[in-house]
Write a new protein. Structure first.
Length: 317
């Protein structure tokens, strides 16, 4: 039975998963992406390490899901806000040359949507939106059972819709993107901005005054004890609700699936997210859409990347 490797290549971690023709997960490996100053060769060297670790001798193809702006036909990453070294990098050619495998590259959120479509909560859903919250915010539109790509494979870039043209600078260079308010690093920056001039922070005392130890996980974990955390996350929840309302007013999906590394923490503020969402969304669309958190958790993009490799091999359709 042939096997396929899928790689989730994100700004924080690289996750590899090996599946078989039945789309069953056989093995997985994880490694940190590394410093943002790492070269593309260094990052791709870690991808090769993951591939070597997962190679069973039965592997036919490799799929790579990358956070960024991807030419899925040529396998070129035009830019990745969360992996600065990836600027006009032909990942497909590099990895094929180094590994000998056929390699297929796509945007990470589109790979995540593939996983939801084939093995996740949307196997019987034809119109849905997959949104991943993590180092950045990505999304993919599925309409009539197919991923909507647009002319440049950039359809569904919800993370870069503008919520406030005077807002914080996003990693893409624009101001006030959805991602600049609700990605993991952005939530931390919003907290630190609110912390300036404050002498009363439970979280700051918790880390003994060392702001370098403050991270998004702690902001969520201590929101009931730290007033700044609570206020920051209330603000973030409002922005997420507005971002989701724009997507639903535009696309009218049946389901929105929430995935990514922040999916679990977001459950703690989801009531506030929905309050904002319902205030800003057309009533008919708001009533009909269903929100679900991905059952695939943090594995979805890697699984979807492996499914991409399998489908390109004329495997499962």
């Amino acid at each position: 039975m042939e096997e396929y490797i899928g790689i989730d290549l994100g700004g924080t971690k690289i996750l590899g998963i090996r599946i078989n023709e039945k789309l069953e997960v056989l093995d997985k490996e994880r490694i940190l992406t590394g410093d943002s100053a790492s070269s593309s060769e260094e990052v791709l060297g870690k991808v090769i390490y993951i591939i070597d670790r997962l190679n069973s001798g039965k592997v036919k193809n490799i799929g790579i899901g990358v956070a960024g702006f991807i030419d899925n036909n040529l396998g070129i990453v035009h830019g990745s806000p969360n992996i600065p070294a990836f600027k006009e990098v032909n990942i497909k050619a590099f990895l094929q040359d180094k590994t000998g495998f056929s390699v297929y590259v796509d945007n990470d959120a589109k790979c995540g949507a593939l996983a939801e479509l084939f093995v996740g909560s949307c196997k019987n859903i034809k119109d849905f939106l997959f949104i991943t919250f993590g180092t950045g915010i990505g999304s993919a539109i599925v309409s009539n059972g197919k991923i909507v790509r647009g002319k440049d494979n950039l359809a569904g870039e919800i993370g870069h819709i503008t919520l406030d043209p005077n807002g914080p600078i996003c990693s893409c260079g624009k101001r006030g993107c959805f991602e600049a308010f609700a990605s993991g690093p952005s939530i931390r920056e919003l907290y630190l901005d609110s912390l300036k001039g404050s002498s009363n922070s439970f979280l700051l005392n918790y880390v003994n005054g060392d702001v370098n130890l403050i991270n998004t996980s702690l902001i969520f974990a201590l929101k009931d004890k730290d007033e700044i955390s609570k206020n920051t996350l209330t603000f973030v929840a409002d922005k997420i609700g507005i971002g989701l309302s724009i997507a639903v007013n535009l696309l009218n999906p049946e389901v929105i699936v929430i995935g990514g590394g922040l999916a679990e923490p977001l459950k703690a503020i989801w009531d506030d997210v929905e309050s904002s969402f319902f205030r800003n969304t057309l009533k008919i669309s708001a009533k009909s859409v269903k929100f679900e958190f991905s059952s695939l958790e943090n594995d979805g993009v890697a699984i979807g990347s492996a499914i991409l490799a399998a489908r390109m091999s004329e495997g499962p359709k």
